[in-house]
Every structure is written in C-alpha cells, then in structure tokens.
Design a binder for this molecule. Structure first.
Ligand code: NAD
Ligand code: TYD
Length: 351
C-alpha cells in the first residue's frame, strides 16, 4: 500500500481551519491530516467533533512559535505539505495588543518556514507551503476599484501589517531558497463556528440576547463577504491545482455596507425569532469608530475563477440564512465560547 501523504494544517481548530480540516479529512482518505493548534480563545475542538475519530486525522496541541516543538514534529511526521491558517485574526484585538500578532503571525510563520526548509533540505519536489492570507494586506479602497493580485500592499492595522509581513517572508523563502509556495488572499468570511467577536456572529449573539448592536462610526464601511464553505473549497482547489509561487485572490463578488448588512440580519432574525418586525433594528447603536478603520474591501476574484474554475456556490442570502439557523440551533456552543475570557474582552472593547 502507498504511504499516505502527510499534511500539516495549522489553526485547524479555528473558524476557517476547521472547515478545511473537515473537507480534507472527509475527501482525501489517502492523506494523513495533522491539525496543529494551541487552542487559543478562538480554537475549539468542538468544531471538529464529526471528524475527530477519522483514521486519517490527528490533532496535535502546540504553538507555532515554539521552535523546538515545531522542529520535532517536522522530524517525526515529515509533513510534505503545510496549509498554514494559524493566526491571531481579529483587528480590534490587534489594536489593543499588536505584539501578540507579531509573535504568532510573523514569528510563527517564520518558525514554520524554517522547519519546512530544514526538513526537506532543498528536496522540494511535490512539496508545498500554502499560506492563507487576507485581503486586508492591500489596505483600503475608496468608493471604486477592486483588489487584484498585483495591488500593492498597504496595510493599516497591526493585524494586516502582521499578515502582510508573513506573506512577504513566504515569498522571500520562495525566491531565496526555492521553497515551493502558494498564497491566497481572501475577503471576509462568515458561517458556522465563527467566534462571536467578528461582526456577523457577534450581532447574531447580541440579537438573541437583546443586547445593543455596536456599529462602528457611521456604518458606511464596506466588506466583501464569502461563505466559509466556499473558502474551504477554494483552498482545496488551490492546494491541488494552484501554480507554484502564485497568489490567488478569493472573494464573494458580494459587497455590503455594514449598516445594510446589519439591517438585513435584523430583518431575518426578527422573522426567525418570531419577534415584531423592526425590533432587532432598535438595538442598533452607533459607537466610536475603530482607529484606522479601512473604508472598503472588495476583491477581484477573476484569476481563480478563470484559471482554476472556482466561484462561490451559495448566494449571500442563502449563506446568511444557514448561518443564522446554525447559531440559533447551537446556543450551547455560543454559551460555551462566550463564557470566561470573552466577558472581559467584551467589557474592555465595548464599555
Ligand atoms: P480564528 O481566529 O478563528 O482561528 C485561528 C486558529 O489559530 C485558532 O484555532 C487558534 O487556536 C489558532 N492559533 C492561534 N495562535 C496559534 C499559535 N501560536 N499556535 C498554534 N495555533 C494558533 O481565525 P480564522 O478566522 O479561522 O482565520 C484563519 C486564517 O485565515 C488566518 O490566517 C486569517 O488571517 C485568515 N483569514 C481570515 C479571514 C476571516 O474572515 N476570518 C479572511 C481572510 C483570511
Ligand atoms: P470584522 O468582522 O471585525 O472584520 P474586519 O475588521 O476584518 O473586516 O468587522 C467587519 C466590519 O464590521 C468592519 O468594518 C468593522 C465593523 N464592525 C462594527 O461596526 N462593529 C463591531 O462590533 C465589529 C466587531 C465590527
């Protein structure tokens, strides 16, 4: 029997990572999937209950910044490919504690790159380092235009600066050491298992609990939203068909001003909760703006569409509907993740 291909997925207990782990564990029985995660507040093994006993899946608890540990698992498991999602991922937290983002997103990526490089010592045939990044590295758009793969990097938040830095290091290792890599830069994701600090799950949770909905500034900021399952499908495609040293932008072709999105969410939630029309909208509260708030993100995803044949499979209305239903049917998950650390974060961020 052929040996299974050994694949390391970092951050697999998080929001997007858990969708990627599930998709790979279910679809590729010829791969041995190792999920490395140190289970920060954002990591939750509950997200992977349905695959935890799969024979081709193993969880490893560990920190990507721990050089000795990372080198030891590379030596032990000889990962032929890495799909790197582990990161500190929330802009507001990066404003409060930028150094934590440098440690995980920059140093952690460097540690993985070094381990991958020394494990394979230049024998890079059929190997791949796949780095998952964000559209936020491009900075902000005005009212028009789209981010393409050749848009210059111009990050504005500590989060996006740390992701931009890690992207640069991945490219530099490709140029300097011939390390095979691919990078994707994706727009805002939404879907089940997203930690309720990001806009959509935070507001769903607050509507359920009839708490105020803190809209930053005037609410006229624009994001391009993609259903997380469609992101995982795009990652699968790029992993198998993407070309070495290429970047692909991934987006939903789906721009929404925050305030319009929040009003749509309120409307759908009123119906689902059997509340009076307009009652959730009354919870909207305009609060102090986020410092350095990027006005608009919008992705031109035509490269991945034309070269790899990917496009989103669900409309925003469908995706949002499924997402709301999931949170309403999984209140226990919400209650679990919003106890403990969440309470002190919430008070610091919104008081
Ligand atoms: P998340 O915060 O939900 O999950 C991050 C995961 O990484 C968690 O499971 C956490 O425990 C783990 N992690 C954090 N620090 C670690 C460390 N030092 N060692 C090991 N594991 C660690 O994030 P997400 O939203 O799923 O994002 C995943 C990746 O996708 C990130 O790289 C992010 O920059 C990128 N991305 C996210 C979005 C989005 O909308 N959420 C959009 C584009 C790109
Ligand atoms: P977020 O989900 O944090 O993603 P990102 O900052 O990576 O785009 O925020 C999405 C948008 O919603 C962004 O413009 C900030 C805004 N926002 C609010 O208005 N209120 C909130 O409480 C949060 C968390 C975000």
């Amino acid at each position: 029997m052929n040996k299974k291909k050994s694949i390391l997925i970092t951050g697999g207990a998080g929001f997007i990572g858990s969708h990627v782990v599930r998709l790979f564990a279910q679809n590729y029985l010829n791969y041995q999937i190792y999920n490395l995660d140190n289970l920060t507040y954002a990591g939750n093994l509950e997200n992977l209950k349905d695959v935890e006993n799969s024979p081709n899946y193993k969880f490893i608890k560990g920190d990507i910044t721990d050089e000795n540990f990372i080198n030891s698992i590379f030596n032990k498991y000889r990962f032929e490919a890495v799909i790197h999602l582990a990161a500190e991922s929330h802009v507001d937290r990066s404003i409060k504690d930028p150094l934590a983002f440098v440690k995980t997103n920059v140093i952690g990526t460097m540690v993985l790159l070094n381990a991958f490089k020394s494990c394979w010592q230049g024998a890079f045939e059929n190997k791949l380092f796949y780095h998952i990044s964000t559209d936020e590295v491009y900075g902000t758009l005005g009212q028009t235009g789209l981010f393409t793969e050749t848009t210059s990097y111009d990050p504005n938040s500590p989060y996006s600066a740390s992701k931009a830095s890690s992207d640069h290091f991945v490219r530099a290792y490709g140029e300097t050491y011939g390390l095979p890599y691919v990078i994707t830069n994706c727009s805002n994701n939404y879907g089940r298992h997203q930690f309720p600090e990001k806009l959509i799950p935070l507001f769903i949770n607050n509507i359920i609990n009839e708490k105020s909905l803190p809209v930053y500034g005037d609410g006229n900021y624009t994001r391009d939203w993609l259903y997380v399952n469609d992101h995982a499908i795009a990652i699968d495609l790029v992993f198998h068909k993407g070309l070495n040293a290429e970047t692909y932008n991934i987006g939903g072709f789906n721009e929404w001003k925050n305030i319009d999105l929040v009003k749509l969410l309120c409307k759908q939630m009123d119906i689902k909760l059997g509340r009076l029309e307009g009652s959730s909208e009354k919870l909207i509260t305009y609060v102090k703006d986020r410092p350095g708030h990027d006005l608009r993100y919008a992705i031109d995803a035509n490269k991945i569409k034309s070269e790899l044949g990917w496009q989103p499979s669900v409309t925003f209305e469908e995706g949002l509907n499924k997402t709301i239903d999931w949170y309403l049917n999984n209140k226990e998950w919400l209650d679990n993740v919003t106890s403990g650390e969440y309470q002190s974060y919430y008070t610091k961020q919104y008081s």
